[in-house]
Structure formats: structure tokens, C-alpha cells
Design a protein around this ligand. Sequence first.
Ligand code: IMP
Ligand code: MG
Length: 183
Amino acid sequence: MDQSDVAGDLAEILLTEEQIGSRLDEMAAQIDADYAGKDLLVVGVLKGAVMVMADLSRRLHHPIEMDWMAVSSYGSGTKSSGVVRILKDLDTDLSGRNVLIAEDIIDSGLTLSWLVQNLRSRGPASVEVATMLRKPDAAKVEVDVRYVGFDIPNEFVVGYGLDHAEKYRNLPFIGTLAPHVYS
Ligand code: IMP
Ligand code: MG
């Protein structure tokens, strides 16, 4: 899928496929270095983190295990409340494991801060976070994010796993939606 397939729906391309790719190269190199000689379980948060998980994991030289979680955040409209329900839990026992959560975007940070606490309560050796995108609001919530792809302005973005009403996830780049798509 490319820009021509969603003609008129996008206001602007924020991050190209190339920009995302080279940032992922850097993040993967850092993760390889940080986890050298250690076991690593990467946990992807469905559905948005599918692209990050696929592209980041393939750049790692480090052998990893992968697992997936699906959570739903109760909220009004596009704002999350921090009250989270597990839709799909991990298959893996986290005792003694080094866990790296792979996320698409941190907005308020409420979902992630709940998730980090939840995984920490399962007896892992460590829990860290890698996210492709982070919005400025995230700074207001106490979440320690070790790896951040890009800090972006407070705008609604789609593509590279991120959706609006379940659409645009398969765009290879990240863009902002044209206002008429909301209404
Ligand atoms: P929060 O950090 O708890 O506010 O919620 C983060 C979740 O909200 C992400 O995992 C996305 O599913 C969704 N989200 C937040 N901002 C955006 C956006 O700009 N585009 C698409 N989804 C978003
Ligand atoms: Mg997400």
C-alpha cells in the first residue's frame, strides 16, 4: 500500500519508510549491545506494534523469543483512561526473563504504564520499553522508556501499524490524516 492508494486521505507524510528504517537500524544496534550475552523476550502489543516487531526483530543479531499481548483501554473517544483489560495474555512465563515491550506509539502513556506494572508483577529479571513513536503527553506519566524511535507532535497519525477505525495500518510510512477523514 502506498500514498496513491489512499489519495486525499492524508494531510502530510511525517516519517518516510526510509526514515523509519534507518532509525530502526540504530535502535536494533543499541538493543543488541544492551542485551549482549543475555536472554531476551520481546513482547509485541497487538495490533499496532506488528510492524515495529517485524522490522525491529529482523534487524537484531541477538537471538530473541517473541510473544504477544492484546490489551484494550477503556476510554471515551480517542483518549485512554488507564483502565486496561487483557484481551490476549502472554503464553510465556516471565520469571527471570529480560522482557522488552515493543510498542507503536505512546500517547498519554496510561496503557503502557499499566502494562509495565502488570509485567513487572510476574517476576521478570527486567522490563524495558521500545516504542516507534512518542507524543509529548507521554512525558506527564511516569513511564521509563528505554528506546524511542521518534518524538512527534500531538497530532493523530496513521500508518506503519497505526490505524484510524482499523484502516491505514498497512501504509509503510507514518502520516497525518486529512481533517475530512474524521468527519
Ligand atoms: P495511551 O498511551 O494509553 O494514551 O494509548 C496509546 C494507544 O492509543 C496506542 O497504542 C494506540 O493504539 C492509540 N493511539 C494513540 N495515539 C494514536 C495516533 O496518533 N494514531 C493512532 N493510534 C493512536
Ligand atoms: Mg499500541
